[in-house]
Design a protein around this ligand. Structure first.
Ligand SMILES: Nc1ncnc2c1ncn2[C@@H]1O[C@H](COP(=O)(O)OP(=O)(O)OP(=O)(O)O)[C@@H](O)[C@H]1O
Ligand SMILES: [Mg+2]
Length: 234
């Protein structure tokens, strides 16, 4: 069993897009894939409780028979920093809870557990306890995949994130160059080459922004075909 944690240079960088594409690619290689998104902020209130779009998509692409609630146990209505959303609703995000819910994911015995982070690497859980989502990755010994949103400033964000992951004692097993918005970065190729020279882990994919009229699921399935999953399964 492998535990992969998908982080990114920032929010909206393409973590969900890439996590679902990874799930699709791994399923195509015959793997059983479970997904986990411990915290979400930005949800719809439904009769079944708070439902987050990312969790719905992760549920669609996993094949370990999970419910949305199992995939995303901690959810907040407002799309704001989760620890602030928690405070506004008199709650506190607990690292122990996040680890506990992950144990249920592990109990499904999938080949690969894909966890989508929230925001970037050092996302605060509780200011009082000085806990961060990165503490979950550390305590559960995740292997990390870094999604780099290719835009001006991303080299700095990618390198700082990589350094923080390394300083936390975890191994970063791959990175994905993703273009999460329609505007193409100037000198995209040179920027990707620079990152290849500066980051020691393998580049798993270059995903351009898919602005076709396909559904999001179809775009993810197309993106999955461009991912080299070899370093993750060998
Ligand atoms: N390569 C791509 N082609 C087309 N659309 C993309 C691509 N990458 C990301 N997107 C779209 O960009 C938006 C942001 O991506 P996504 O939701 O995956 O980011 P995220 O890092 O998961 O954000 P959050 O921090 O909110 O969880 C989404 O609408 C997603 O479908
Ligand atoms: Mg997301």
């Amino acid at each position: 069993m492998k535990n992969l944690f998908i982080t990114a240079t920032d929010t909206d960088a393409g973590k969900t897009f890439v996590t679902c594409a990874l799930a699709q690619a791994l399923k195509s290689a015959g793997k059983k894939v479970a997904t986990y998104k411990p915290i979400s902020a930005g949800c719809q209130q439904t009769v079944e409780g708070l439902i987050n779009e990312d969790a719905e998509l992760l549920c669609r692409f996993a094949n370990a028979k999970q419910t949305i609630k199992e995939i995303n146990p901690i959810a907040f209505v407002d799309s704001i920093a989760p620890h602030i959303a928690a405070k506004q609703t008199n709650q506190e995000i607990s690292l122990a809870d996040i680890n506990h819910y992950f144990a249920s994911v592990v109990s499904l015995s999938a080949d690969i557990n894909l966890t989508e982070g929230a925001g970037g690497w050092r996302l605060p859980l509780s200011i009082e306890k000085k806990t961060f989502l990165s503490d979950f990755a550390v305590t559960t010994k995740q292997q990390v995949i870094l999604v780099v949103n290719m835009k001006l400033g991303c080299l700095n964000h990618a390198l700082l994130t990589y350094e923080a992951i390394k300083a936390d004692g975890l191994s970063c097993v791959g990175w994905v160059a993703n273009q999460a918005s329609v505007s193409t970065m100037a000198n995209l190729t040179q920027n990707i080459t620079s990152l290849e020279q500066l980051l020691p882990m393998p580049k798993l994919a270059v995903l351009t922004f898919d602005d076709t009229k396909q559904t999001l699921s179809a775009k993810i399935i197309s993106a999955a075909k461009k991912i080299n999953i070899e370093p993750l399964i060998s």
